[in-house]
Design a protein around this ligand. Sequence first.
Ligand code: F3S
Length: 756
Amino acid sequence: MAFDIDMIKKVYSQIAERVDKARDVVGKPLTLSEKILYSHLWDGKTDKAFTRGKDYVDFAPDRIACQDATAQMALLQFMQAGKDNVAVPTTVHCDHLIQAKEGATKDLKHANSVSSEVFDFLESVSNKYGIGFWKPGAGIIHQVVLENYAFPGGMMIGTDSHTVNAGGLGMVAIGVGGADAVDVMAGMAWELKFPKLIGVRLTGKLSGWTAPKDVILKVAGIVSAKGGTGAIVEYFGEGAKAMSCTGKGTICNMGAEIGATTSTFGYDESMERYLRATDRADVADAANQVKEYLTADDEVYANPEQYFDQVIDINLSELGPLLNGPFTPDLSTPVGDKMTEIATTNEWPLQVEWGLIGSCTNSSYEDLSRASSIAQQAIDKGIKMKADLGINPGSEQVRYTADRDGILGIFEKLDAKIFTNACGPCIGQWARYSDPKNAPKNSIVHSFNRNFAKRADGNPNTHAFVASPEITAAIAISGRLDFNPLTDKLINEDGQEVMFDEPTGWELPPKGFEVKDNGYLAPDPDGSGVVVKVASDSERLQLLTPFTPIGNDISGAKLLIKAFGKCTTDHISMAGPWLRFRGHLDNISNNCLIGAVNAFGMKTNFVKNQLTGEFAGVPDTARAYKAAGVKSIVVGDHNYGEGSSREHAAMEPRHLGVVAVIVKSFARIHETNLKKQGMLGLTFANEADYDLIQEDDTFNFLDLNEFAPNKPLTIEVVHANGNKNNIIVNHTYNEAQIAWYNEGSALNLIKKENNA
Ligand code: F3S
């Protein structure tokens, strides 16, 4: 059995005492989020009430999950920590490196051939250090975690921002950088700023065309892409209880798109049903015995305004289907007339060329069955498919079962491509064009979570809209972005007007889940003799050398780039073809910040080298500064580093000689990642100082030798004309994080402590 029932029973055996004590210490009823957080304190001592949004707290997560792209760097780092085994149950999932092109069989064969050295490395390093390994094709990390490992009241971290998906099964599950995962694998505490709490009360009931996806699309529209920053979103109410467990997973999954630390739901019957259906009756039985500790105290949900920092109300009975996008997941538009109006005004292409169903967000059995009910109607009513359709099942278990039950066959009758059980088009691993940069303007609709420019197919002109699987199916069949399946008719092949009926489906497979080979490989109980496979001449894998400390004397540092507007981790360290170099720091650094718009000239990957006066790409310019022994600085706007947890977005600038990133505000994970790599992540005390920064600026840090918690730093900015401005920058480093900076990286500190 892949999951660890003993570990879960241990968590449940401690939960009552810890939570009861926490309630006394906090002095009021507790939310579910607080129960999970307080029952996972690193030292197990529940003797202090923490201040939300302020206190840094050490936690002891129950599990770790890594995907193949982020696992490479995480495990290369773990190898440096000098341990025999991971300290906490850990799994690796091969899902990001599989390109979608022709369909699952050919695509998987191709991936196994072109990425064999990475998969071999991950399999061997997992086997050596006691890590469970899910082979390519086994499924998408978060769906596999939900099916096998997530459990109510648990805490997990994962090296992927959509780790939050496991909140659908009542966990506090948080996406972290590989460096954080390495800490926990190495037996250390995991530190997090105690989050604020947002409560979302779901009244009414979903029905008809409205799906769980619409709940989170609505929330994103209300709070925006940074509205959840630093907070756990806790959903409750009659509408929450009436929803499937995998639907809850969808909502939690896209909590990442509002910047939330994570999202979660209280344990209920839908979770129990899901646990039993996925062969975990013993987890359900154990959870039932501590039920009251796996949801908030009654008083909290009765008077949520008193216990949450913010409460949002959504009446599911009044909610209709939404389409979010393009280019940002929080631009929410109801399907139909409103979309016609907005799309026409903005010149978004109304013709839809592809519909894509799947990803970790919406690839459950329920999702596929509801979408297939629409596809079946197209067949029955003689409606010709107007766009192409692609399906990525979430796991081999879902795929096998959906195939057995005829669901995939329905899509295939519409000529849909069934891609591998993997991320594929969700992460730019989609061979849609031979020359994506010059591909035409077009619209696509998908049931994924992210829709930043180029994210799906590398084409900056693809307008990607996010919707539920059933709406995605209907829009793909109609071929129209402004199609409203609730009211609009289509003309079938006999020239008749026809309409879709409401989607139908199964929460869980009526005949149960089934799978022949789920793709799991258990590790060797004694991995001491296992050899980790890394070729010395590999282009894709490179053993790491420790970073040297930056030190307290930063003077004469040059501006590398002043990023304008949105600068996500995709802009800093692009995905797509670059995923291939995830395990090779020097090679992947050639994508450093190439997607960021330079505020001077408004071009990407075109910055001034102050030493020569010439303009070049960001990585080349950074390398030129580094070669000349000159430190460099990156300046950015709001929510810098939003998006994913990839620590490459911090390691690459560090590797190329950037010493500080100064921005208006950070996305949490990225800020932590910068700290882990031993560099400075700073925010302008006065946001308007961003405007002071000029293209030829030089930076002198005046008081870095007094670097201390809660003490702002002063930087002298010298302009080309000799004028100077002293600017104040804030930081959120605590004592431990300053120690990382002083040692050169968090990993350097772990090693030092191991050897001590
Ligand atoms: Fe994969 Fe996309 Fe999810 S990249 S893990 S399917 S967000």
